[in-house]
Design a protein around this ligand. Structure first.
Ligand code: SAM
Length: 266
C-alpha cells in the first residue's frame, strides 16, 4: 500500500503533466477519471457561465461548486486544488470588485498556469498560492466560503482536509464541494492502481463515509445539493486494468458518483 506521501507524489506528477500539456477542456492523457481521457468524463460544461475563462478550464472537474453556493458580493472565497483557476475565475464574478478569491494547489505548474491566466486578464482581486490542503497556507477564521472541484478524493488524509476547511472558515462560513464518491467498495486490487488514484476513482470514499467525516469535523446542516452518476466504459478502463481486474470491478457494483455537498461552520 502506498503511503500518503507516495500518493501525493503520484498526483503531483500527473497534474504537473496535465498543466504542461494543457489542452483546454479536453486534456488528453491516460486512464479514466478527472481529466484523463480524450473527452472529460466527469466535468460539467462551463461554457456560458459568467466569468468563465476557457484557458483555465482543463476539463478536470466533476461538478460546478460555485453553483448555488451562496457566494455574495464582498466575500472571501477559497478554492482548494484550484488547478488552472477555472472555479476561481467564476467565483471572482460572484464576489465582485470588493471581494477576493484565493486558489491553493500543490502542483507548481498548475499554479504557474493559473497565475499566467490571471496576469493576462489583469485581475488583482484573485491570488494563487502553492500549498497542501492538509496544511493550508491560509489564516484561521478568514474565509467566507470554501469551494473545491474534484480534489478531496485525491487527498490521502480527508479528515485532516475537513479539519483544515473548518479552521480557515469564519464563524458561520460555509463550503460547497464537488467530489467523487463510491456506492460500494472497490475491489482491493484496484485501490492500488496509481492511474485510478490520480484519475479520481481509487481514492474516493464511500458516500456515507464521506458525509460522516464532514459531520465529525464539526460542520452542521450538511446536505448533498447535486449528484450524478459517472460511467466509465470498458474501453476507457481496458488501458489500465487487466481483464481480470476489469471483470472484478464490474462484478463489484461499485458505482462512481459525483456529488456536490454543502455544510456550515457553527
Ligand atoms: C482533478 S484536478 C481539479 C482542478 C480544478 N479544481 C478544476 O476543476 O479544474 C485536481 C487538482 O488538485 C490538486 N491537488 C490534489 N491534491 C492536492 C493537495 N493535497 N493539496 C493541494 N492541491 C492538491 C492537483 O494538483 C490538481 O491541480
Amino acid at each position: 500500500m502506498d503511503t500518503g506521501q507516495d500518493l501525493k507524489q503520484i498526483v503531483k506528477e500527473k497534474y504537473g503533466e496535465i498543466a504542461v500539456r494543457s489542452v483546454p477542456a479536453s486534456s488528453s492523457c491516460c486512464g479514466p477519471g478527472c481529466g484523463c481521457s480524450e473527452e472529460p468524463i466527469m466535468a460539467d460544461n462551463y461554457a456560458g457561465l459568467v466569468g468563465y475563462v476557457p484557458e483555465a478550464d482543463l476539463g478536470l472537474g466533476c461538478g460546478i461548486p460555485t453553483d448555488g453556493a451562496g457566494i455574495r458580493s464582498g466575500n472571501v472565497v477559497l478554492d482548494l486544488g484550484s488547478g488552472a483557476g477555472n472555479d476561481v475565475f467564476v467565483a471572482r464574478r460572484l464576489v465582485g470588485e470588493t471581494g477576493r478569491v484565493i486558489g491553493v494547489d500543490f502542483t507548481p505548474t498548475m499554479i504557474q498556469k493559473a497565475e499566467a491566466n490571471r496576469q493576462k486578464l489583469g485581475y488583482n482581486n484573485i491570488e494563487f498560492h502553492l500549498g497542501d490542503i492538509e496544511d493550508l497556507p491560509v489564516e484561521s477564521g478568514s474565509i467566507d466560503v470554501v469551494i473545491s472541484n474534484c480534489v478531496l478524493n485525491l487527498v490521502p488524509d480527508k479528515q485532516k482536509a475537513f479539519a483544515q476547511i473548518h479552521r480557515v472558515l469564519k464563524p458561520r462560513g460555509h463550503f460547497s464541494i464537488s467530489d467523487v464518491v463510491l456506492s460500494a467498495p472497490l475491489p482491493s486490487a484496484l485501490r492500488s492502481v496509481a492511474e485510478l488514484y490520480a484519475g479520481c476513482v481509487a481514492g474516493a470514499l464511500l458516500r456515507d463515509e464521506y458525509l460522516s467525516l464532514i459531520q465529525k469535523a464539526g460542520f452542521r446542516n450538511v446536505r448533498v445539493t447535486k449528484e450524478k452518476r459517472i460511467d466509465i466504459s470498458d474501453d476507457q478502463l481496458a488501458g489500465i486494468l487487466s481483464p481480470a481486474d476489469l471483470e472484478a470491478y464490474r462484478r463489484s457494483n461499485a458505482r462512481i458518483e459525483s456529488i456536490t455537498v454543502m455544510g456550515e461552520k457553527a
